[in-house]
Design a protein around this ligand. Structure first.
Ligand SMILES: Nc1ncnc2c1ncn2[C@@H]1O[C@H](COP(=O)(O)OP(=O)(O)O)[C@@H](O)[C@H]1O
Ligand SMILES: [Mg+2]
Length: 245
C-alpha cells in the first residue's frame, strides 16, 4: 500500500501547528510511527483515519486523494480500522456484542451474520472463551485483543493502532504484539504508533520518526534503527534504548 502525505498542516485553536508541513510517502505493509510525546503521532493517525481534516496539504492512499466531505468521506472512514491505547471497548457490552455492534449498525449485517463473523474472529485469535465476558472481566491484554478483533472484523483495507500496548504489563504487551504480527502475516496493512522499538524494528517494514509535527526521518526499519541519520532520531533512540537489555 502506498501512502502520500504532502505538506500537511494542522493547527488547533491554540494556533500552534501540531502537524507542520508534514510530507512523507512510502510503500509499506506495516508502518511504525515513533517519536517523542506531543510530536503529533495521534493527530497524524486521526488524519489518516479521515477523522480530522488538515488545514492544508493533501493525503492519498494508493494514489486516490481522500475526499473530506459527504458520502465519499463516510465511505473512506469505513475502510479504516482504528484501535486506541486503552478503554476502547464499550463497558456495558460483552466482548461479542462489542464486535457485532459496528457490523450491524454501520455495516448493515444481520445479527446472525454479525455473530458468525464475531465467532470466526474470536476463534481465529483463541478468544472464543471470552466472547460472553464484559470488559471488566477481561485482562488488559484480552481487552486489547478484542478491540483489535473488532477493528479487523469489518475487513478494513488499513488498520491503525495508536499505542495499543502502552497501558499493558510486559507479558500482556507480548500477547497483543503477537496478534499484530499474525495480522501482518495474514497480509493486513497497518500503521502502528508504538514505543516498542523491538517490534517496530523486527516486525514493521517501514518506520516514520515524527517530532514537532514534522517527518524528521523515515525509511526501511533495518536502516533506520541501524543507521539513524538525523541528530533528533539518534538522540531519541539513545534515550529510549538507554536501559534496554
Ligand atoms: N484536540 C486538540 N486540541 C488542541 N490541541 C491538541 C488536540 N489534540 C492534540 N493537541 C496537541 O497537539 C500536540 C500533538 O499531540 P498528539 O498528536 O497527541 O501527539 P503524540 O500522539 O505524538 O503524543 C500536543 O501538543 C497536543 O497537546
Ligand atoms: Mg499519542
Amino acid at each position: 500500500m502506498r501512502i502520500e502525505l504532502s505538506d500537511i498542516r494542522l493547527s488547533f485553536a491554540s494556533g500552534i501547528d501540531v502537524l507542520d508541513d508534514l510530507s512523507y510517502s512510502a510503500d509499506f505493509q506495516a508502518l511504525a510511527v515513533i517519536g517523542p510525546s506531543g510530536g503529533g503521532k495521534s493527530t497524524l493517525l486521526r488524519v489518516v483515519a479521515g477523522l480530522i481534516r488538515p488545514s492544508a496539504g493533501s493525503f492519498r492512499l494508493d494514489g486516490t486523494p481522500v475526499e473530506w466531505s459527504g458520502r465519499g468521506l463516510q465511505a473512506y472512514q469505513r475502510t479504516i480500522g482504528f484501535v486506541f491505547q486503552s478503554r476502547g471497548l464499550f463497558p456495558h457490552l460483552t466482548a461479542i456484542e462489542n464486535i457485532t455492534l459496528p457490523l450491524i449498525h454501520v455495516f448493515g449485517q444481520s445479527r446472525e451474520q454479525a455473530e458468525d463473523t464475531a465467532h470466526h474472529y474470536l476463534r481465529r485469535f483463541s478468544l472464543e472463551n471470552d466472547g460472553h465476558k464484559y470488559p471488566v472481566e477481561l485482562s488488559g491484554g484480552q481487552q486489547q485483543r478484542i478491540a483489535i478483533a473488532r477493528a479487523v472484523a469489518v475487513r478494513p483495507r488499513l488498520l491503525l493502532l495508536d499505542e495499543p500496548t502502552s497501558a499493558l504489563d510486559p507479558e500482556l504487551t507480548a500477547e497483543v504484539l503477537d496478534m499484530i504480527a499474525e495480522l501482518k502475516a495474514d497480509g493486513l496493512h497497518l500503521i502502528l504508533v508504538t514505543h516498542e522499538m523491538g517490534f517496530a524494528h523486527r516486525s514493521c517494514d517501514q518506520v516514520l520518526f515524527l517530532a514537532d509535527g514534522r517527518a524528521v526521518e523515515s525509511g526501511p526499519a533495518d536502516r533506520l534503527f541501524a543507521h539513524p541519520e538525523t541528530p533528533e532520531l539518534k538522540a531519541f533512540l539513545d534515550k529510549i534504548l538507554e536501559w534496554s537489555v
